[in-house]
Design a protein around this ligand. Structure first.
Ligand SMILES: Cc1ncc(COP(=O)(O)O)c(C=O)c1O
Length: 418
């Protein structure tokens, strides 16, 4: 079920201090999850989580990850700059990008990051932009459908990422010729998966393939990168994945395929790490009754795009009314001129009054980060609820000045919100 670990008082207190809407993140919750993941894989000597920056690219959060022993998975020049600014360097950074400007390789190499090559042609680009490192990671795409048991979990055959096996082999051969000594294998075959068997199955695929390629190409097989993809229970009827059990299953697979050890494990989880530890707090500002009953809130898809983009479910509670009967049916909407700007459709909720605080759950990953400025709407603030119960502004809300910063128009200072 969604994360109900924080009571309404926390959200109400935050809303007393900061104007809505804002995302609130729970420091203690994030640290606990990082520690649990590290415990789940503590049997593997060189395990490291590279938190996927794209999930929550906010320095205060990235510094928490560093304190918990995580590295960062970066996908762009800007994310590399963020990583550096937050004190990450060398092999604490994984650079997993695709179809990006080749100069980004130079930046990643300058930081000493591990490069995860998405395509065979990237090897020449890397040689020309930063040079070939001694260790390299290659991204695998097996094609077809990816199934666990009888259930199709993903469609690598339609995904733009990674290389098929024959291209992996020729790229690795070429890389060895250019001085690569050690290599890792990476794959991301299923997103937001609630199947506990995902990581164990993926580990099996990558370990077998890595051993085979190492024999054929004569480079040492250093690590597998299980990437991201472990899901969280957005819906009340979903169960949290038992990450300790996942770690144990991966250990068994590892023991069968690599009894001699010597291959490290990496992950690049985003959603699992921070998703449940974030909430979008917004206020009911409008009520409309036409063919349906609508509640308009002061957040919109600009603050959380997942429902509009994927029809994703996010649980909603009304502050102070958690135990009240859910005897109304509402569409909860934002203010965009887009009919998909709805946080909930035909959702049973308690009666909502104008001014009520609504808490949209599990927004801690791919929430704020996917924000945009459609309709000239501005992105909200981010607040950290710290381990000692303080509320810390870790990203201010955008002002019109931010919006107009890239435009060449004259605006009066008061129109820019300063
Ligand atoms: C290369 C890579 N690694 C890790 C992640 C994180 O995925 P998730 O947040 O689903 O764990 C992503 C997400 O898009 C990704 O593209």
């Amino acid at each position: 079920m969604p994360n109900f670990s924080r009571g309404d008082q926390v959200f109400a207190d935050a809303a007393q201090r900061f104007p809505t809407p804002f995302h609130l993140y729970d420091e203690e919750g994030i640290r606990q999850r990082a520690r649990l993941l590290n415990r789940a894989f503590s049997w593997c000597p060189d395990f490291r989580e590279y938190f996927a920056v794209k999930a929550l690219p906010t320095p205060a959060i990235l510094r928490i990850m560093k304190e918990e022993g995580c590295g960062l998975d970066c996908s762009s020049a800007t994310e590399l700059t963020l990583a550096k600014a937050c004190g990450f360097a060398g092999e604490e950074i994984m650079f997993s990008a695709n179809a990006m400007p080749p100069e980004e390789y130079e930046q990643a190499r300058g930081l000493g990051a591990i490069i995860n090559l998405d395509d065979a042609s990237d090897l020449d680009l890397l040689a020309a932009h930063g040079g070939i490192p001694e260790m390299i990671c290659l991204r695998y795409n097996p094609g077809g459908d990816f199934s666990i048991g009888n259930t199709i979990m993903g469609n690598p055959g339609e995904a733009k990422y990674g290389m098929p096996e024959d291209q992996l082999e020729s790229t690795l051969e070429q890389a060895v010729g250019q001085g690569v000594k050690r290599f890792g294998l990476h794959a991301f075959l299923s997103s937001n998966t609630m199947a506990a068997g995902y990581y164990p199955q993926l580990a099996g695929i990558l370990l077998r393939l890595g051993k085979k390629l190492a024999e054929r190409c004569g480079a040492a097989f250093s690590f597998i990168n299980l990437s991201g993809g472990i899901g969280i229970p957005y819906r009340p009827d979903e169960q949290e994945i038992d990450i300790l059990a996942v770690g144990e299953e991966v250990r068994k697979v590892y023991g069968e395929i690599c009894p001699e050890g010597g291959v490290a494990l990496k992950s690049e989880l985003g959603r699992w790490m921070t998703g449940p530890c974030g909430w979008l707090v917004t206020r009911a500002v409008h009520e409309k009754k036409i063919h349906r009953d609508y509640i308009g809130v002061d957040a919109c898809a600009v603050n959380l795009m997942r429902p509009a983009m994927y029809g994703a479910y996010h649980h909603i509670t009304v502050c102070g009314k958690r135990t009240a009967a859910a005897d109304r049916v509402y569409d909860v909407t934002g203010c965009l001129c887009e009919n998909n700007d709805k946080f909930a459709i035909q959702r049973k909720l308690p009666k909502i009054e104008i001014g009520d605080l609504l808490v949209i759950h599990d927004t801690g990953a791919h929430g704020y980060a996917m924000g945009y400025n459609y309709n000239g709407r501005l992105r909200s603030a981010e607040i950290l609820y710290t381990g000692d119960g303080e509320y810390r502004l870790i990203r201010r809300a955008e002002t019109p000045r931010d919006y107009f910063a890239t435009l060449d128009v004259d605006c009066a200072a008061e129109e820019l919100g300063c």
